[in-house]
Design a protein around this ligand. Structure first.
Ligand SMILES: *Cc1c(COP(=O)(O)O)cnc(C)c1O
Length: 363
């Protein structure tokens, strides 16, 4: 029998009837957007579960980055990581600022805080760092640098649902943190996201930005955009929410099985010790891009489709044209995210690991 296709991820879907049951509440009220009861319930559930000060759910995980840049009044240069999804960099440029890249740490894959100060100029207004694959940055070190130079800090925490740092939700750090609830992420609403800030005055401002700047129906606080999440999206989130514990647990099991099977053959991400991790991705780094390409070919031939997250290194994108970032470019060329999702079987993790081991030991 031919093996079924295995992708890097598979969206977790609750039972359709469970989704419909929640949706029927918006049908009953004929209320499908503009912060109805389902959105408020989802926000409250997340807030309570993770002890969060302020959350604003949004229609995706990119607009909150743009709204944070706008709401914090950032201008000029923003120090950021070249190793992230394109939205981290594109949001900076979309908001009329210039991304200044700082290379990454080769073990954590996060921005190397030791190199940040050298990149600060009189034009620097902020640091926008990604907790790559859910692995928290060295938040204390980054905050210290930011305070010293009077910079704002935004964390792209798109991968971080469920992650804690020093026993607090990782979303509680920075001036603003953002998350994505896209269907490929660990917790999802189909499309969706959120922003978080402990500063309630800033929260009010960001809230206004996400709803056209409205102050009531016929007045405006100022400029805004539409980043509202709908009831239909929130219903999906509410239907997925009860499964979160089993999702985290299952992913941890599979992640550790990959680590056991591939021990000594590939390099794994070094996860911060002061965090509870969510096992959002299964990144492995090969010795060379040649190894990586051979592995991809072999896996594809066996109907397995991993993804090259993140490739290319963002400083090399044509419209960005940033300085060379040797470590990020090197990791980008050699890193592969292996399939990892709730109903992936152990036998497939073992099979995929053996295909990889056999390919790279044939050299
Ligand atoms: C997914 C992702 C985003 C964008 O989120 P969307 O919900 O797809 O808009 C931003 N940053 C990172 C690091 C991501 O992985």
């Amino acid at each position: 029998m031919k093996n079924e296709r295995i992708n890097v991820t598979k969206t977790f879907l609750p039972k359709q009837i469970e989704y419909q049951k929640i949706l029927s509440r918006s049908w009953d009220k004929s209320w499908i957007t503009n912060r109805g009861e389902l959105v408020l319930e989802l926000e409250n559930k997340i807030k309570r579960q993770y002890n969060i000060s302020n959350i604003l759910a949004t229609t995706n995980g990119t607009l909150p980055l743009q709204i944070a840049i706008k709401g914090l009044g950032l201008k000029g240069e923003i120090i950021t990581t070249p190793f992230s999804y394109v939205a981290t960099t594109s949001s900076i440029i979309w908001e009329g600022c210039k991304p200044i890249f700082v290379d990454i740490d080769e073990d954590s894959f996060n921005i190397d805080y030791l190199k940040i100060e050298a990149a600060i100029t009189s034009k620097t207004s902020a640091i926008l760092a990604t907790h790559v694959f859910g692995n928290p940055c060295d938040i204390e070190a980054i905050d210290k640098i930011a305070k010293k130079h009077n910079l704002k800090v935004i964390y792209d925490a798109a991968h971080c649902f469920g992650v804690t740092y020093n026993k607090q939700s990782v979303f509680e750090y920075g001036d603003v943190s953002t998350c994505s609830f896209h269907a490929t992420k660990i917790f999802h609403t189909g499309e969706g996201g959120a922003l978080f800030t402990k500063d309630s005055a800033l929260y009010d401002k960001l809230y206004s930005h996400h709803n056209f700047g409205h102050k009531g129906t016929s007045e405006f606080h100022g400029l805004g955009i539409n980043a509202k999440i709908s009831e239909l999206q929130a219903a999906m989130g509410l239907a997925v929410f009860p499964y979160l514990d089993s999702i985290f647990e299952r992913r941890e099991t599979l992640y550790k099985l990959y680590q056991k099977e591939l021990f000594g053959k590939v390099k794994f991400q070094k996860i911060a010790s002061n965090c509870d991790y969510n096992y959002a991705y299964m990144p492995v780094v090969f010795k060379s891009e040649t190894h990586l390409l051979e592995v991809i070919e072999e896996l594809n031939n066996n109907n397995v489709f991993p993804r090259r997250y993140f490739n290319p290194s963002l400083n090399t994108i044509a419209y960005v044209n940033g300085d060379a970032m040797p470590i990020s470019e090197s990791i980008s060329s050699r890193i592969l995210c292996l399939p990892l999702y709730f109903d992936l079987g152990e036998e497939n993790v073992i099979r995929i690991s053996r295909l990889i081991s056999n390919t790279i030991s044939n050299e």
